[in-house]
Design a protein around this ligand. Structure first.
Ligand code: AMP
Length: 416
């Protein structure tokens, strides 16, 4: 079922949204992107004459009530965004009466799902090494099912529009779907856009396909690299994680970030890329700093020959020129991770240039997907978010999808 096919008139829809918005000390929202992201689905349900039951997590309360993470704090902001009053259920598992009383066009926001350990379904207060852990886990899984059943009992249909938690197999993101038949569960618009964007790259990407991977650590991207080696023509390895590869090949990396324990893996990746005919493209020149700060002295080095006392912090023009050619010649582009310490303006040039090339290639007809935490911040920083094909909102979920994993939140609905 899809949101467009379903008739919401007179129906109650329980919608998993991602309202895990950042709050300041006073509990005011500092970035409402996630609320705005859910609006198309929510407004569609209301306009058709449906009623909404909204459920989300906020922060990591670890299964306990924590007023600092109460969704009550954002009730008014949600009401303002929707343009209609929002009722609040202070206990998400005891909201049956409030849900039953909802009339078409009305909205009920449930309290933070993660105030209940059943949402995540992990046993609390017991170590994995404890012999009783397996039993505790089994009991928690049963409790999680009951919790999901309670949530499901509030509504006629279930919509998942929380891409940010699509890689979690939680009560509200996956287990609940078992309590609805195929005709009454669906992905929301945001979720569908995310899934389509990932499919456009990972399943239906045209060649040449180029992935640009940056960021700080090889360890967090290894699974992504491995999966991409089977799909891409060019793999640009940039940013801090490049230095582990240079060290592995006998280069001098000065004080640059690296992970010694990943050197064998790095050599493996180089070997595998050769076998698979993937063009691995590394930085050839690096802007290094004396220390890790914005105003530190800068010097450009050959990437394989950085002197001690210097730390590689951005891509230099010679590297960018190589990458520009590759990117401009691509039909599909996937970008994850900055190519330098872009939080420091003096080391953000390389990342800004990459953002420009990706935008330029997109203008020339390439499909470009940008995602995973910091690369999103980067395209936003350079004002280019609307000049790429799609900017993913879910860092962890997007990374798992490009690792080739099935997302439980999607599978629970589409049955893949
Ligand atoms: P990740 O979360 O792994 O995608 O890494 C993002 C972080 O990588 C950002 O905070 C960047 O500042 C950092 N980063 C990128 N290049 C470098 C570098 N050459 N040295 C240290 N940190 C870097």
């Amino acid at each position: 079922m899809t949101v467009d096919q379903y008739n919401f008139a007179g129906k109650k829809a329980i919608v998993r949204v991602d309202f895990n918005v950042p709050l300041n000390e006073e509990g005011k929202i500092t970035d409402d992107t996630r609320i705005r992201g859910a609006l198309p689905t929510l407004k569609h349900v209301l306009e058709q004459g449906g009623a909404l039951i909204l459920m989300s997590h906020m922060g990591k309360p670890k299964g306990k009530v924590n007023p600092k993470m109460s969704l009550g704090q954002i009730k008014d902001a949600v009401a303002a965004a929707l343009g209609t009053p929002v009722q609040f259920a202070p206990d998400c598992a005891k909201a049956a009466d409030q849900a039953a009383a909802l009339k078409p066009g009305e909205v009920l926001l449930l309290e933070n799902l993660r105030f209940y350990p059943e949402e995540e379904g992990k046993p609390v207060g017991i170590d994995k090494a404890d012999p009783a852990y397996a039993e505790a886990k089994k009991a928690m899984k049963a409790a999680q099912k009951e919790f999901a059943k309670t949530l499901a009992s509030y509504a006629d249909c279930y919509v998942n529009d929380a891409f940010g938690t699509a890689h979690r197999s939680h009560a509200s993101t996956a287990v609940i779907a078992d309590f609805f038949d195929a005709d009454s569960k669906m992905l929301g618009y945001l979720m569908e856009k995310e899934v389509n964007a990932i499919d456009s790259v990972m399943k239906n990407g045209q060649h040449p396909f180029t992935a640009i991977l940056g960021g700080s650590k090889v360890s967090s991207k290894l699974a992504v690299i491995r999966n991409l080696l089977d799909k891409v023509d060019n793999l640009i390895i940039a940013g801090g994680m490049g230095f582990t590869f240079f060290k592995a090949q006998g280069g001098r990396i000065g004080n640059s970030l690296h992970e010694d324990e990943l050197i064998p893996e790095a050599l493996n990746v180089i070997e595998e890329a050769k076998k698979k005919g993937v063009n691995l493209s590394f930085s050839v020149a690096t802007v290094a700093g004396r220390e890790f700060s914005n105003d530190t002295e800068q010097r450009i080095f050959d990437t394989h020959n950085i002197e001690d006392g210097w730390e590689g912090m951005d891509a230099a023009p010679a590297s960018l020129e190589n990458w520009r050619k590759i990117i401009m010649n691509s039909k599909t582009i996937l970008w994850n991770g900055p190519v330098g310490v872009f939080e420091f303006d003096n080391f953000a040039k390389g990342t800004g240039e990459i953002a420009k090339y990706v935008a330029e290639a997109t203008k020339n007809g390439a499909y470009s997907l940008v995602g995973g935490g910091d690369s999103v911040a980067a395209v936003n920083k350079f004002g280019l978010a609307d000049q790429v094909s799609y900017v993913s909102t879910g860092g962890g979920a997007m990374l798992e999808a490009i690792e080739g994993k099935v997302l439980p939140g999607v599978a629970a609905i589409k049955g893949e």
